[in-house]
Design a protein around this ligand. Structure first.
Ligand SMILES: Nc1ncnc2c1ncn2[C@@H]1O[C@H](COP(=O)(O)OP(=O)(O)OP(=O)(O)O)[C@@H](O)[C@H]1O
Ligand SMILES: [Mg+2]
Length: 467
């Protein structure tokens, strides 16, 4: 399973890297600047307090406010406000000014001056706490709102820039990634076509880089593969043609040599009686007929005529063949059992060809039961195909013969052409179907014929008719 495409592998690290750079660097810079500024501010405010003490302004908060622009609040030892230049109600002043903490810090640090940033009534102050006699606290409060606003503005600006930069990086790296991966995707699609056996196409070379070189190499490989496949195919065709010609020659040699023998005998024996002469001519005609059958079968196999497929009721087509054969089957002591599935959907087929294939198979079954037996014909419907089973209780077929059954000219019969099953299979394949065989020697054989259904048919029941 592929989790990340190459494109994601290119885009994600870039976005991550830039996110780190454009987010963390400004945050650290602002924090460092803030700390330095705060230190500087504390020192400056300490000097102010020193000056206020030295000049005696400590007793005149309003003047301090006027001179420094800072507020003054004086708190008694129980943290109640004695005096403040701040307007409003100061009930929660101790909490907002963190007076308890401050007193602890003053105790711990052993210094009478401590600074702290606080927010009072929503406004930012830098407060310098000065411990006076009787534990009174003198608080000099420098308003810091403008600095806090500036800090917020700078942070927002930095964030905005970071978002824009990240978006830009995402778009640019996406475009770069797409540029790199598109030719790879096309090459992958092309390789799939090649894998499906289409060796006639070439992949367009759109880039002059390593991927372009890879495409060129792949095109060359496809051409080589196509040439080798063509060579292999023509070698295979030649071999098949040779094999078929040899089988064909072998099949017609027997009738030809009997005809030769009979003709030579007719030539040599002048005093041959008329009856013997007619008899010999009769044999020759029979042999010629046999050669004709072999040639016709061979022609059917080697150059099959195109299908003339029309919609038919399959059960009816099979029944027509069985009607023809019934007398012959009875004569051979064979009981015919028909198990046709009723309401089979109409099937598009070449009636004459399918009858020819089915008749060959029924004939084989009949010939496999010289002592009589049971011949069962079933039609069955699957989801997208119908099956015809021809089941006999005949001699059966050995596993070695089972592998060669559909080879042209394979026969175990003295008078057989060995083209019956080869032709039947060819006909079924022309219909988009197939034939398969199962057999147990001494018990019987089942030949299964499949035909595809044109579309999804309605389910049908399985009925016994005409047993
Ligand atoms: N139902 C069957 N039971 C036993 N053997 C079978 C059966 N069907 C086919 N065979 C075997 O398969 C061989 C090939 O069958 P195929 O129909 O192709 O040729 P054939 O029957 O020998 O000759 P032809 O069909 O020309 O009479 C047969 O010779 C036979 O040995
Ligand atoms: Mg046959």
């Amino acid at each position: 399973m592929r989790r990340y495409s190459i494109q994601n592998k290119i885009v994600l690290p870039f976005i991550l890297l830039f996110a780190v750079v454009v987010l963390i660097v400004p945050v650290i810079t602002i924090a460092l600047f803030d700390r330095k500024y705060d230190e500087q501010n504390s020192l400056e405010t300490q000097k102010w307090v020193q000056a206020i003490v030295d000049t005696g302004y400590i007793h005149e908060p309003e003047k301090v406010k006027e001179a420094y622009g800072a507020e003054v609040t004086i708190v008694s030892s129980d943290n109640t406000v004695n005096y403040t230049t701040l307007p409003g109600d100061w009930a929660n002043f101790a909490d907002e000014m963190r007076l308890h903490d401050i007193r602890e810090r003053i105790m711990e640090s052993n210094s009478d001056l401590v600074s702290q940033n606080v927010i009072v009534s929503g406004r930012h102050y830098k407060v310098l706490y000065y411990l006076q006699a009787y534990d009174r606290l003198y608080c000099l409060m420098r308003p810091m709102d403008k600095i806090a606003d500036a800090k917020r503005d700078v942070t927002l600006l930095m964030l905005g820039i970071a978002v824009v930069v990240i978006l830009l990086v995402a778009v640019i790296s996406h475009l770069i990634g797409r540029n790199l991966t598109n030719p790879i995707k096309e090459l992958v699609q092309f390789t799939q076509k090649v894998a499906d056996g289409n060796l006639n196409e070439q992949c367009a070379v759109k880039t002059h880089d390593e991927i372009g070189d890879l495409t060129l190499a792949f095109n060359q490989m496809t051409r080589n593969l196509r040439n080798s496949r063509n060579e292999l195919l023509s070698a295979e065709r030649l071999a098949t043609a040779g094999k078929m010609a040899a089988s064909f020659a072998h099949e017609i040699r027997n009738p030809l040599s009997s005809m030769q023998m009979l003709a030579q005998m007719l030539m040599r024996k002048d005093n041959l009686s008329e009856a013997r002469g007619k008899q010999s001519m009769q044999y020759i005609l029979e042999e010629i007929q046999r050669v004709d059958v072999i040639v016709k079968g061979f022609m059917d196999f080697a150059r099959p005529a195109a299908l003339k497929a029309v919609s038919h009721n399959l059960n009816q087509v099979l029944q027509e063949v069985l009607d023809l054969m019934e007398a012959n089957l009875n004569h051979h002591q064979i009981t015919l059992v028909r198990k046709f599935t009723s309401h089979l959907p109409p099937i598009s087929l070449d009636r004459d060809k399918l009858k020819q294939a089915f008749m060959n198979i029924v004939l084989n079954a009949m010939e496999a039961m010289p002592e009589g037996g049971i011949l069962e014909i079933l039609t069955l419907q699957d989801s997208d195909e119908v099956r015809i089973d021809v089941v006999d209780t005949g001699v059966g077929i050995s596993p070695e013969d089972l592998n060669r059954l559909f080879e042209p000219f394979f026969t175990t019969k003295s008078q057989g052409t060995g083209l019956g099953l080869a032709n039947a299979k060819r006909i079924l394949e022309q219909h988009g179907g197939d034939i398969q065989s199962k057999s147990v020697v001494g018990q019987g054989t089942t030949m299964s014929l499949w035909l595809p259904l044109p579309s999804n048919p309605a389910p049908s029941d399985f009925n016994n008719i005409g047993e």
